[in-house]
Write a protein that binds this ligand. Structure first.
Ligand code: NAP
Length: 323
């Protein structure tokens, strides 16, 4: 096999920055990267846009006095990044190699080399896997009380789950809803003592134990849920206007396993803001942040990751010029 000459090596294209992900974190990083002259290559994923693509009205993203649809907000961010010169590729990253430098990012159509990588692959809210849940998503079914709670003023809602998120969602929803029923599959909450105490002490919140939701009812909007008591097998119908599914999130980190440090739940571990365990690989948004999980905090994180990556890339380029 012929070995590559030095010149061929030098001609090999090395991206300054590859961004993986196209939710608010990835696209904000892309916008800032263009402005920093980093000519980012963005692997958006085949199903691009992240959780906002499944959200209807967004009323809490600053700059939009009228509600903006989640997918429209993503399209606006995408157009802004494109106009500034980002190269957006609608492909999935299937593998990365951060043990070599420049880093390697693989898709089905080839490999890109990069001086720095920003991981912004997000997290997926777990679903009940009911057809009716998907059909009524954004029409009464939600995964985010902070985003959608406002629409349930004076209404009755149910929350599924027994963890911290479910307790936070239930407590937040009491600001608007007249009653909040927490439906949990066991008779014991997983949530931390403080959140548990707050939720159980709230007069608007009541609990339905050992019970699962088997169907979401309603045509065009949620009108109720069908439930099943796991102990007695008894089936019931509960009239509610909204269903908040809060049964946890799965961070999209499968391809990074063994490449960067992940916590036991699979979230990327970060230090000093946005640094991963590999120098030059930065992390932004829900892929590490299980606490805030907002479009605006993901965007802010994308900006921070880019500022950190920019500093790293500058140092690398300075070293290259000197040597
Ligand atoms: P979680 O701790 O994994 O809890 C998920 C809950 O949903 C559990 O109660 C689980 O039931 C239930 N569940 C899971 N799959 C289900 C299904 N298919 N049908 C019905 N119920 C189902 O998830 P999380 O509450 O989102 O928390 C994730 C992480 O973020 C945790 O480490 C948590 O401490 C952290 N967090 C922290 C804060 C905070 O500090 N303020 C806020 C939110 C989250 P079982 O109990 O029976 O397994």
């Amino acid at each position: 096999m012929r070995r590559k000459g030095v010149e061929e090596h030098m001609e090999e294209k090395v991206e300054k920055l590859v961004i993986i992900g196209s939710g608010p974190a990835g696209l904000t990083a892309a916008i800032y990267a263009c402005r920093a002259d980093l000519e980012p290559l963005v692997y958006m994923g085949t199903k691009y846009g992240g959780q906002l693509m499944l959200t209807s009205d967004v009323e809490n993203f600053p700059g939009f006095p009228d509600p903006v649809l989640g997918p429209d907000l993503i399209m606006k961010m995408k157009s802004q990044a494109e106009r500034l010169g980002a190269r957006l590729v609608q492909e999935d990253v299937v593998k990365v190699n951060f043990k070599t430098y420049p880093f390697e990012v693989y898709t089905d159509s080839g490999v890109s080399k990069a001086l720095s990588v920003i991981i912004a692959t997000g997290a997926n809210p777990r679903r009940l896997n009911l057809e009716s849940e998907l059909k009524l998503m954004g029409k009464g079914v939600s995964n985010c009380a902070v985003c959608d709670g406002f629409f349930f003023r004076g209404k009755k809602v149910a929350v599924v789950g027994g963890g911290d998120t479910a307790m936070e969602e239930a407590t937040f929803l009491t600001k608007f809803a007249t009653s909040v029923k927490v439906i949990h599959r066991r008779d014991e909450l997983r949530a931390s003592a403080a959140l548990r105490k707050e939720a159980t002490a709230d007069p608007k919140i009541s609990f339905i134990w050992n019970t699962v939701v088997t169907d979401v009812l309603g045509d065009g909007k949620v009108q109720g849920v069908r439930t099943k008591d796991l102990k007695t097998g008894r089936e019931d119908e509960l009239q509610v206007d909204g269903l908040f599914v809060a049964i946890g999130y799965d961070p999209n980190t499968d391809i990074f396993r063994g490449q960067i440090e992940l916590d036991p739940k699979g979230y990327a571990v970060v230090k000093n803001g946005t640094e991963s365990s590999v120098p030059g690989v930065f992390v932004a948004g829900d892929v590490h942040d299980f606490r805030y999980r907002q479009a605006v905090t993901a965007s802010a994180d994308g900006c921070k990751a880019l500022l950190d990556a920019d500093k790293f890339i500058k140092q690398k380029l300075e070293v290259k010029v000197v040597s």
